[in-house]
Design a protein around this ligand. Structure first.
Ligand code: NDP
Length: 239
C-alpha cells in the first residue's frame, strides 16, 4: 500500500549520530520529519519533540505533540534511540542490564505500541527498528546490548504477524560498526581488532545506514516485512 508524500515521520534519538542521518535522508526523500531529543535544541533545519523512551508517559506526550504538528498520525516510525553499557557478565549489574533493555528494547516497544494505533486506523505504516550486528553475532562484554538488539527481531516479526494485513511493515536494520559517538569511545586496539574482522575493512558512515532505512521505509519496500537487513560490510555474513 502506498502513501502520498510527504509522509509523517518520527525518528527517535534523531538529534545525533545514525538517527540524525536517517532524519536528513527522509527529509531529502520528501517526507515531513520530526526527531526526538532529550535535551538542548534539535539540529539545524529539523524540528523536534522531547521524548525519554524509558518513560511511557513521555513517549505518549511526544506522539501527541508530533500528531498536532503533523496534523495527523505518525506514518513512519524509526526506533533508533539506543545505549550501550558494556562490561563482562561477571561484573554486569542488574542495573546495567535493565537500563540497556529498558532503552533499546522496551523503549522501541513503547514507541511502536503508541504508533500502531494511528497506523492501524490509517491502514498504512512503516516501522523500522535499529538493531545491531551484535544482536545476531553476540559480543563479549555486551550481553545486555546483544539481548536488547536481538529482542527487536522478535518484536518486528510479531508486529508483522499482528498488523501486516493492514498495510503496515515492520523491519529491522542491523548496522555493523558505524562512525558515531557510540563507537568513538572504543580504544584504538579494539577498533583495529574489529576492522580485521570486517570484510569491507572499514567502518560505515551514518549516511550508509540512513540510505537503507530510507529504502525500507519507502513504497518500493512495501512487500518487505519481518526482515533483518544488515548494513555491516559483510561482518554478519547471512545472519
Ligand atoms: P549515539 O550514541 O550517537 O546516539 C544515540 C541516540 O539515542 C541519541 O540521540 C540519544 O539521545 C538517544 N537516546 C539514548 N537513550 C535515550 C533515551 N532513554 N530516550 C530517548 N533517546 C535516547 O548512537 P548511534 O547514532 O551510534 O546509534 C543509534 C542506534 O544505532 C542505536 O540504537 C545503536 O544501538 C545502533 N547501532 C549503532 C552502531 C554504531 O556502530 N554506532 C552499530 C549498530 C547499531 P541523547 O542525545 O539525548 O543522549
Amino acid at each position: 500500500m502506498a502513501a502520498t508524500q510527504p509522509r509523517n515521520v518520527l525518528v527517535t534519538g534523531g538529534n545525533r549520530g545514525i538517527g540524525l542521518a536517517i532524519a536528513r535522508a527522509l527529509v531529502d526523500a520528501g517526507d515531513t520529519v520530526l526527531i526526538t531529543h532529550r535535551s538542548g535544541e534539535p539540529p539545524e533545519g529539523l524540528r523536534g519533540v522531547r521524548c525519554e523512551v524509558t518513560d511511557s508517559a513521555s513517549v505518549d506526550a511526544a506522539f501527541t505533540e508530533a500528531e498536532e504538528i503533523f496534523g495527523g498520525p505518525v506514518q513512519v516510525l524509526v526506533a533508533n534511540a539506543g545505549i550501550t553499557r558494556d562490561t563482562l557478565i561477571l561484573r554486569m549489574s542488574d542495573d546495567d542490564f535493565d537500563a540497556v533493555i529498558d532503552t533499546n528494547l522496551t523503549g522501541a516497544f513503547r514507541c511502536v505500541r503508541r504508533a500502531a494505533m494511528g497506523m492501524v486506523r490509517q491502514r498504512y505504516g512503516r516501522i523500522v527498528l535499529i538493531s545491531s550486528v551484535v544482536g545476531l553475532l553476540g559480543s563479549p562484554g555486551q550481553t545486555n546490548y546483544a539481548a536488547s538488539k536481538s529482542g527487536l527481531i522478535g518484536l518486528a516479526r510479531s508486529i508483522t504477524r499482528e498488523v501486516g494485513g493492514r498495510g503496515i511493515t515492520a523491519n529491522v536494520v542491523a548496522p555493523g560498526y558505524i562512525d558515531t559517538e557510540m563507537t568513538a569511545v572504543l580504544p584504538d586496539e579494539q577498533k583495529k581488532a574489529y576492522l580485521d574482522t570486517i570484510p569491507a575493512r572499514r567502518f560505515a558512515t551514518p549516511e550508509e545506514v540512513a540510505g537503507v532505512v530510507r529504502f525500507v521505509a519507502s513504497d518500493d519496500a512495501a512487500y518487505i516485512s519481518g526482515a533483518v537487513i544488515p548494513v555491516d560490510g559483510g561482518l554478519g555474513m547471512g545472519h
